[in-house]
Design a protein around this ligand. Structure first.
Ligand code: BDP
Length: 333
């Protein structure tokens, strides 16, 4: 555990006693030497790790290391649902999250998870850098998370241990999803059997036959080596849910305006770096899995898939506020 700044209300006596006992974690750290802990589910060389490392480097430089940040890559600090809880409690200070694990906590994140909503990456970026991002930031702030910038996560497609060409092929197959009601309903709408599991358990679950498939973008499919056990990748491209680079409200509250501006700028710069790295890695990951003998099933006609998604829209975009956001996103160029 890192040392945390002392709470102002603690009595001097308690502080002295704690110091005398050498209680780790209770001793006061000078405000000038903050050490922030960052969570990343991916490896350091994944585009998101590259983006986060740029963020921490820029913040260090611009605050003369007054704010020192360290990212723990490869889910060293736990899986994503625990990490979200830790961030709300303030034991993780910053992180990059996919927005789907917030679906049950922050309603507007459902909108950007909705299947077949975005026409392409540009459309997704205009939404998340604009109206969707604003609405989601407000929602996340209510649960103690301050959104600073948005990362790309490409299109998610279904990959399986048996070939899937049409929605009918998915019937009854156990498909891993992120922990989100929307994702469970989405898979049900496709007549699959949704199985929520942490990202870190997907490989062994595929291997042991607990699940028959999962869904993700090219870089995650490749970097996790899921492609070694699920050999069919069907380009359904059913969701383009983006990601957030965020800090915990507990930390944010203690920053002054100048420091906040530094963090916001650094986060935006890191997003530019992540997005460029993302575009490259999508191509490279696809090439790698194809070279490794994966069968890519090109889904030419997505209409039969999209039609089945009506119940998902009826349930998750029915609320007036969310429906308005969907309309606003659709109206974007
Ligand atoms: C990846 C996201 C990561 C998610 C993972 C998942 O970058 O944040 O945890 O998908 O499916 O694409 O759990």
């Amino acid at each position: 555990m890192t040392t945390k700044p002392q709470r102002p209300r603690r009595s001097l006596l308690a502080a002295v006693a704690a110091a005398a006992l050498g209680v780790v974690g209770l001793a006061a750290a000078p405000a000038s030497a903050q050490e922030w802990r960052g969570w990343n589910i991916h490896a350091a060389d994944y585009p998101n790790g590259i983006g986060m490392d740029a963020f921490t480097r820029i913040v260090g430089e611009r605050t003369s290391n007054r704010i020192r940040m360290r990212t723990f890559h490869s889910a060293q600090l736990g899986q994503q649902d625990e990490a979200i809880q830790q961030m709300r409690l303030g034991t993780i200070d910053f992180a990059n999250f996919n927005l789907s694990p917030f679906n049950n906590l922050a309603p507007t994140t459902n909108v950007v998870t909705l299947p077949f909503l975005f026409r392409d990456v540009g459309h997704m970026q205009r939404a998340i850098d604009g109206p969707a991002g604003e609405a989601i930031s407000a929602d996340l702030e209510r649960i103690g998370i301050i959104a600073l910038a948005w990362y790309d996560a490409g299109a998610r497609s279904i990959y399986t241990t048996r070939p899937v060409r049409t929605p009918a092929d998915l019937r009854g197959m156990k498909i891993r999803v992120q922990t989100s009601d929307l994702w469970i309903d989405l898979m049900r709408a496709l007549n699959a059997n949704p199985t929520p599991l942490p990202f870190g358990e997907v490989f062994t679950s595929l291997q042991s036959g607990v699940i028959d498939g999962a869904e993700n973008n090219w870089p995650s499919y490749e970097s996790t080596r899921h492609f070694e056990v699920a050999r069919y990748y069907s380009t359904t491209e059913h969701s383009n849910v983006p990601e957030v680079l965020a800090v915990s409200q507990q930390r944010w509250r203690r920053l002054n305006e100048q420091e906040r501006a530094i963090l916001r700028d650094a986060a935006r710069e890191s997003a530019r770096i992540q997005r460029a790295a993302w575009a490259d890695r999508e191509r490279v990951s696809r090439e790698r899995v194809v070279a490794a003998g994966v069968t890519v099933i090109e889904i030419q006609d997505r209409a039969p898939w999209a039609t089945l998604m009506e119940p998902v829209y009826a349930k998750y975009a029915a609320d007036a506020r969310l429906a308005a956001l969907v309309q606003q996103i659709r109206a974007l160029p």
